[in-house]
Ligand binder design. Structure first.
Ligand code: TXA
Ligand code: MG
Length: 355
């Protein structure tokens, strides 16, 4: 790929400077690529109605062409342009959760290019709550197609530095708005089925969705506790191992005391083989471990801290040349389900259960 000059714009995440937002919006309007922060992770945006611009997203990320992209909007009315079939349940969920980290799947209208949806009959839409994302989409006055702003196979970026490491020279603009809030990608809810189904767990939890939508299914891929046949993966992104770490990763699940014991045992065995070993631990139990690298990912008492640091810690293990990582687990409920989904996938479903 020919290298292009990437302009980095430092923007205030609370009060985005209008003149900087205008520069980025003009790049979107002329078919360019702009990476920007959202409340979940950084996104890599292009004008969703411009087929050529959307194709450039796939090129910049090395993204497989059959993996569809979420369309981001700033105006609720835009959903009626992107879909002619918005069910009542959507209106209620939108009232409650938009703007915010909930992506909804609708039947797509003809206005949505096939490049965005990878040929599917559905379109995924979300309205981000981050002030920069909102200002950028409003100023551009077009829906913005945006996957996470990482190279395919890398963890989603939670800071501008991660985006730079992956995409410098591949995109026109990077808006540096500091660290993101949640650190895991939005919840994806399929509204084209009855009952609706969570295809990707995220910051809006299954428990919260059930309060507003009644019966909500969790697709087996969203639990990610066993590998899923591609044939039944409803969302094409499901079949990609989002993040393939250089190290072998094992996740240990079960009661805390037995988990701590097993994590240490697994790491000791690998260390005896001469490998550089690491542990991904919660704040509460980290001091109990011995390994070459012990990383604290967050607090068990506040799983949101784990979500926020998870992808950053993944990237750190990769750059420190650790060959084997044993990871502690969280209860798979609330945002813990989103964390466990990412962790189990990163481990390639290499899960050890203890009693
Ligand atoms: O929080 C997020 O959702 C971030 C920020 C940037 O908004 N975006 C993000 O995009 O995570 P991406 O492309 O990394 O993940 C989108 C997921 C993929 O698993 C994709 O397969 C699925 O959503 N998806 C998108 N459109 C779809 C569709 N029409 N049908 C089924 N799945 C879809
Ligand atoms: Mg992604």
């Amino acid at each position: 790929m020919k290298s292009i000059k990437t302009i980095v714009l430092k923007v205030d995440p609370h009060q985005p400077e209008p003149e900087k937002i205008r520069i980025a919006a003009e790049v979107l309007n002329s078919g360019g690529l702009v990476a920007f922060p959202t409340e979940t992770v950084y996104g890599l945006g292009a004008n969703a109605l411009d087929e050529k611009a959307v194709l450039r997203i796939f090129e910049a990320k090395n993204r497989p062409a059959d993996n569809p992209i979420i369309v981001h909007i700033a105006n609720r009315d835009d959903i009626y342009v992107l879909s002619e079939n918005v069910p009542q349940i959507a209106e209620e969920l939108i009232d409650e959760f938009w703007p915010g980290p909930l992506t909804l799947l609708f039947a797509k209208s003809d206005a949505v290019p096939n490049q965005v949806t990878a040929g599917l009959a559905t379109v995924a839409i979300r309205m981000p709550s981050h002030a920069i994302a909102n200002a950028l989409i409003s100023e551009a006055e077009v829906p913005v197609a945006a996957p996470s702003a990482n190279l395919a196979g890398k963890p989603s970026p939670t800071s501008a530095k991660h985006v730079m490491d992956d995409l410098l020279g591949r995109i026109e603009v990077l808006i540096d708005g500091g660290e993101v809030g949640y650190g895991v990608e939005s919840t994806v809810l399929d509204l084209t089925t009855d009952p609706p189904a969570v295809l990707r767990p995220g910051p809006i939890t299954v428990e919260e969705l059930r309060k507003f939508a009644g019966e909500v299914e969790i697709h087996p891929i969203a639990r990610a506790d066993v590998p899923i046949e591609v044939a039944i993966a409803r969302s094409p992104g499901m079949k990609y191992r989002h993040y393939a770490p250089a190290a072998e990763v094992v996740v240990v699940e079960g009661p805390i005391e037995s988990m701590v014991e097993k994590v240490q045992e697994l790491v000791d065995a690998q260390r005896r083989l001469g490998k550089k070993v690491g542990i991904m631990a919660m704040e509460e139990t980290a001091p109990r471990y011995r390994a070459d690298v012990v990383k604290v990912v967050g607090s068990r008492l506040d799983p949101r801290t784990v979500a926020k640091n998870l992808f950053k810690v993944f990237r750190e293990f990769d750059s420190e040349d650790v060959k084997f990582v044993a990871a502690e687990s969280l209860e798979p409920r609330g945002i813990g389900l989103a964390v466990m989904n990412r962790l189990r996938k990163a481990a390639g479903y290499n899960i050890v259960h203890v009693e």
